[in-house]
Design a protein around this ligand. Structure first.
Ligand code: ZN
Ligand code: ZN
Length: 113
């Protein structure tokens, strides 16, 4: 069509999804909507909002691994089931060090002492 900029259209990058998209993310509308919902679910809890960008960055790095399954809680050693609430744990002796993901219930259990 003359005068209309051609945008690259490709197949959605979600495995198994055959929808076409020209969005820079490579995801079709449906899959982007689904991702946003997931991101909402994984959004840090209100108790974590005080943490800095390093914490947010580390959490972002851990999130896909936790969501893929196979990451164990650093406190109780039991698998963190994808989709359940988790926090990034701190070393009890050195609060500036992160130990890794742990169940939110395990993390909260150590607070307020
Ligand atoms: Zn898709
Ligand atoms: Zn745990």
């Amino acid at each position: 069509m003359p005068g209309r900029a051609r945008r690259a259209t490709r197949v959605c990058s979600t495995p198994g999804c055959a929808d076409l998209t020209d969005h820079p993310s490579g995801l079709c509308d449906d899959c982007r909507a689904a991702r946003y919902k997931q991101a909402d679910a994984a959004r840090p809890s209100s108790a974590e909002r005080g943490y800095g960008p390093a914490h947010q960055q580390l959490r972002r790095e851990w999130a896909p691994r936790v969501e893929a399954g196979g990451v164990n809680c650093t406190r109780c050693g039991i698998l963190i089931v994808p989709g359940t609430a988790w926090d990034l744990g701190h070393d009890d002796n050195d609060r500036s060090r992160y130990t890794g993901p742990e169940h939110q219930v395990c993390n909260r259990a150590t607070r307020g002492r």
